[in-house]
Design a protein around this ligand. Structure first.
Ligand code: AOF
Ligand code: ZN
Length: 329
């Protein structure tokens, strides 16, 4: 199953909003004879690619797959039917598919055909890998990742990230289907909200503009990605349910403080990434972090105050002067 998860991850930039799925066939001597994963949205599922590699003589094999084989006709035919037609005797499934179109019916179909099915192997890891897909189906809303950078004394003003932490931010952007900032951030920073310091698709850009103040030539309207603007209804529960209805399984929110606080207060969020940067004196013009020995604690005046959250006692990474914290709900 660990190998299935590794394979699944290879689809990470191209399968959304589908789940990442990996499959292997293991013969009666315990040897992996074929591997497959879901490569691209709308393309063949992991099981199909695995059987393609295996050829026909798979009757004695066990199929391992990180997600329950599907039982429905979507963009592709049901994997459960394919597995039954191949004569496989045993199937080991990482986790049940939360998609209501499947939701246990794939497993049932296999069992009814006389196949031995084991469900729930490395289930926590399987759920973590597809937390966004699972959130969309179980909570009917996108998975919400909040991210901001601040100084040690709580200021969000100016460049705080360094070259390396910028890469991490862009990696997170690439992992989520949508990205959002508030009106003020669009007006003051004119961000593109694209993925440039990492590989991956640009997320769909989302903002609110109640008073129609964002100019038509703002960078968020460039051709790099789709942009959704909420004008009339701008409350967070509404935005989330609208994004879910568009099949968007995840959103990263990068600021500013008013929007972040609105979302934190709603309780409709899943993860917070906070980057705590050094003093102003510590930063250089190109935002490349100085060495650790240069770090001082910043005491510049706080004009743009970061939201207050209770962070874990230890950062998960320290890069130059900047500490990265992850808070999960
Ligand atoms: C599998 N194996 O590798 C994946 C599955 O439109 P379709 O046909 O691509 O179906 C998409 C749904 O199928 C998706 O929402 C999820 O429930 C399941 N994904 N199932 O057996 C796979 N990617
Ligand atoms: Zn399938």
């Amino acid at each position: 199953m660990r190998r299935c998860l590794e394979l699944a991850q290879l689809g990470e930039y191209d399968v959304a909003p589908n789940p990442m799925v990996g499959a292997i066939l293991v013969n009666d001597k315990g040897k992996i004879i074929a591997e497959g994963y879901h490569h691209i949205y709308g393309g063949p599922h992991a099981e199909v690619n695995c059987f393609r590699e295996a050829g026909d003589a798979v009757g004695d094999c066990t199929l391992y797959v990180s997600l329950e084989p599907c039982s429905h006709y979507g963009k592709t035919p049901p994997c459960a039917d394919l597995i039954i037609s191949k004569g496989v005797k045993r199937v080991v499934v990482g986790m049940q598919d939360p998609n209501p179109l499947v939701a246990g019916q794939g497993i049932e179909k296999l069992r009814k055909a006389g196949i031995e099915v084991k469900v729930g192997v490395l289930e926590a890891e399987c759920r973590e890998l597809n937390k966004r897909f699972i959130c969309l189906h179980e909570k009917k809303r996108p998975y919400v990742v909040l991210k901001w950078a601040q100084t040690a004394n709580g200021s969000m003003e100016g460049e705080i990230s360094n070259a390396q932490t910028k890469q991490i931010v862009h990696k997170i952007r690439s992992e989520n289907m949508a990205i959002m900032v508030g009106t003020n951030t669009v007006l003051t920073d004119n961000p593109k909200l694209t993925v440039t310091h990492w590989t991956g698709r640009n997320p769909i850009r989302v903002t609110v503009d109640r008073h129609n103040v964002i100019p038509a030539d703002a960078n968020i309207f460039n051709d790099a990605a789709e942009t959704i603007i909420y004008r009339e209804r701008t409350d967070w529960p509404y935005i989330l349910s609208d994004l879910a209805s568009r099949g968007i399984h995840s959103i990263m929110v990068e600021g500013g403080p008013t929007l972040l606080e609105h979302i934190l207060a709603s309780d409709l969020w899943d993860e917070v990434h906070v980057e705590i940067g050094p003093a102003e004196a510590c930063r250089t013009a190109d935002a490349v972090g100085p060495s650790q020995s240069d770090c001082k604690t910043g005491r510049r005046p706080v004009r743009v105050r970061a939201p207050k959250v209770e962070l874990p006692s230890e950062p998960y990474a320290v890069i130059d002067c900047n500490k990265l914290y992850l808070l999960k709900r």
